[in-house]
Design a protein around this ligand. Structure first.
Ligand code: CTP
Length: 396
């Protein structure tokens, strides 16, 4: 995404989460410039913020060098979005009153961009009549909020005031930055992602190297375009995305069950295990109880993509599959399109040299009845955004 945010880091214990947020934003190619309040510097160092953002950190209002390089008015307008992380009770009060006595508050008053705030404070401070008044004023001024959540607080209390997690703030930022937000509004989209895990006994299983990154990126891109997304995921190490229905499964059978329902679009990005062990041992297979090595026999798993492609009346308008290939990528993609009965195959090279499995880049070919479209090497996030724009076009 060719966008940038101006991040104002307030002085609260939750300020440490701003570092993770910067990392997440950079991973999505969203530029970050940061302003830190004096209090924020007590919680995170400007050096950490500068190292992660790759940009100089601004803090003082009256700094001649800064004003020569980039005046504070320019700074307030240089980004596509201003994000306040964490928005402390003090910063919110300043914003509501229109105070401008440091760089953060001056910037917030001078900006002509949308402002998103992630409040974080003690539950009593959050519930205080003064803060509640300020919240109402800020909402009235068009300030966007993400969180706060309810939960355990650093001060040992429990309640509302805990800052939203970095992934939630990221989702809110992407939603505000996305110009294509309405393209898939009202469309129900099912995405499968990640590997499946087929048990051998209670402690062992068969699986594959799928990271789930491409499927998750697709689900997030669809969500950002306004779709009503259901993500069915096998076991991966990614955080469940927010703003969608998330169903966690282990086996191919569980994945198929979770895919029940009526959808406008189905995208099968999961690397489903083709076979499962015919007889799963209910006890751990012990070396001293078998002679030699165990032998496993397999039976075929349900083909989720083929099943959903042939779902008769309840079939989605558009069914998309992936073809993860190590050779003859396009040829195999064409064969898979015919065999599975889907409308579109995204064929990609997952050979060891391609670096696709587990990596952040992907080179894909769109194979449909209309022909083959070759896409350049893109990040998985860019592939996801392009694919969802393509899907929106097909649904028209
Ligand atoms: N797929 C599925 N259920 C399965 C196997 C595959 O839904 N049991 C889907 C995948 O999500 C993907 C597509 O089918 O969208 C192709 O998966 P792939 O593993 O490349 O193909 P296979 O069916 O395993 O065929 P082959 O063994 O020839 O590679």
């Amino acid at each position: 995404m060719n966008k940038s945010v101006l991040m104002i880091i307030g002085g609260g214990i939750a300020a440490y989460k701003s570092l993770e947020l910067i990392r997440l934003l950079k991973a999505r190619s969203i530029g970050v410039r940061a302003i830190m309040t004096k209090a924020a510097e007590e919680f995170v160092t400007p050096l950490s913020v500068a190292s992660l953002s790759g940009e100089k950190v601004h803090s003082a209002l009256f700094n001649l060098t800064d004003e020569v390089e980039m005046g504070h008015i320019e700074l307030s307008r240089s980004a596509d979005l201003v994000v306040v992380v964490p928005a402390t009770a003090d910063l919110m009060a300043k914003m509501a009153a229109g105070l401008a006595n440091d760089l953060a508050s001056t910037t917030l008053l001078a900006t002509d961009k949308k402002v998103l705030i992630a409040p974080a404070m003690n539950v009593r401070m959050w519930l205080h009549a003064a803060t509640q008044r300020n919240i109402a004023t800020l909402e009235n001024d068009g300030i966007q909020f993400v969180g706060p959540n309810e939960g355990d607080m650093a001060c040992g209390e429990f309640g509302a005031g805990r800052m939203a997690e970095p992934v939630e703030i990221l989702a809110a930022i992407e939603k505000l930055l996305s110009p294509t937000i309405q393209l898939l509004k009202g469309k129900k989209i099912l995405v499968t992602a990640g590997p499946t895990r087929e048990p051998i006994d209670p402690v062992r299983y068969i699986s594959n190297h799928s990271s789930g990154k491409q499927g998750y990126a697709i689900a997030e891109a669809a969500r950002n375009m306004g779709a009503d997304v259901t993500l069915v995921s096998g076991p991966v190490s990614l955080a469940p995305p927010t703003g969608m229905t998330f169903l966690n499964v282990q086996t191919a059978d569980e994945m198929l069950n979770a895919c029940e329902g009526v959808y406008d679009v189905v995208i099968c990005a999961a690397a489903v295990a083709d076979w499962k062990v015919a007889e799963v041992s209910s006890n751990k297979i012990k070396k001293n109880k078998i002679s030699g090595v165990p032998s496993l026999s397999f039976i075929e798993n349900p083909d989720i993509l083929a099943t959903l492609s042939k779902a008769g009346k309840s079939r989605a308008k558009l069914v998309v599959g992936f073809a993860a290939e190590t050779e003859d990528v396009v040829l195999n993609g064409k064969a898979k399109l015919a065999r599975k009965g889907c409308d579109l195959i995204i064929a990609n090279d997952v050979s060891e040299t391609s670096g696709v499995f587990g990596g952040d880049k992907n080179i894909v070919h769109l194979v449909s009845a209309k022909g083959v479209e070759d896409w350049p090497r893109l990040s998985k996030i860019e592939v996801a955004q392009r694919l969802m724009a393509y899907v929106a076009g097909q649904l028209k």
